[in-house]
Design a protein around this ligand. Sequence first.
Ligand code: BT5
Length: 333
Amino acid sequence: MEKKTKTIIKEVKEDINYSVLETLKSTSDYISGEELAQRLRISRQALWKHISKLSERGYKISAVPHLGYRLISIPDKLYPWEIKENLPTKYMGKIIYHYNNVDSTQEIAWQLGLNGLPEGTVVIAETQKKGRGRLKRTWFSPPGGIYLSLILKPSFILINEIPRITILAGLACIYAIKKATKIECSLKWPNDIFLGEKKLGGILSEINAEQDKVNFVVLGIGINVNTKDLPPEATSLFLYTQRRFLRREIVKHLLEEMEALYEKARKEGFDSILKQWQNFCCLWNKKIKVKILNRQISGIAVGIDRNGYLLVKKENQDIELISAGDVTKISPS
Ligand code: BT5
């Protein structure tokens, strides 16, 4: 990625009043405007303004004369304060930049990385205009998906070991999806999340490094959750099950799983993560074709090595080690 000049990106100031929201969340019954205003030490007029702001943001609040206000529902938006609520992580997702529509969350996170934001900072968008995959491919980003970029500073690995981060993130994604929805997905080397025979999500690691030193990694994750408009090679949790899921629950679990696996890797190395990843990969013992920049090889996928490189057994029985490429399954071996 070309080096860009530093630009300051301001965290979008959310103008909602958290105390009003918290109080409404904590009471299942109506709460009178007078009581609410008194409790929060604000005027009735200010309260009304805050309630309107929440309504504008999609919170359904019933307002009944003589009874007061009651929270009916929370919108399916990836608001930072909803994601951070009871989030048990130490640093993943402690700073969240949320946007309705951006070109690409990767670009914003890259700038934030240059500006020195800490590890665990998240950029998340409801939609992207120029969502991207590897090698400048397009990542379709209509409403209903999760489009997230995470700043990591993996000082415990070298540049050539970065594919391990993609492996770790893939595992975190499928664990998070399982925990939030009970749906079991599989992984396809190097960066795909699969559901059935179609792609459900993808991971993109972009590295800012000098010589051998990794300054930061922007880890991009796209997951199709309630998404409807997708290319034929893709699916979403909704298209697969005809059910809708809470995206914020998936994001919360994702941040939790990411932190747990990342800390495990920092303390114990990647061996157990690589092993776990292998259990979910859908390629083993399948005949595959791998496109590697200007050439293509075919063979049987037999495993990954300690760096997360793919091992392919060719017809002449030689094993080739592949660091990056695109895999297509030809047929079961
Ligand atoms: C990837 O690339 O799979 C990495 C995708 C990373 C997307 C995230 S979203 C948040 C962050 N911000 C960004 O701008 N990007 C990251 P790759 O392996 O190159 O796969 C790209 C291919 O997947 C495309 O050429 C399509 O065939 C297919 N594809 C595009 N959009 C898709 C979608 N929404 N779901 C499934 N497949 C898709």
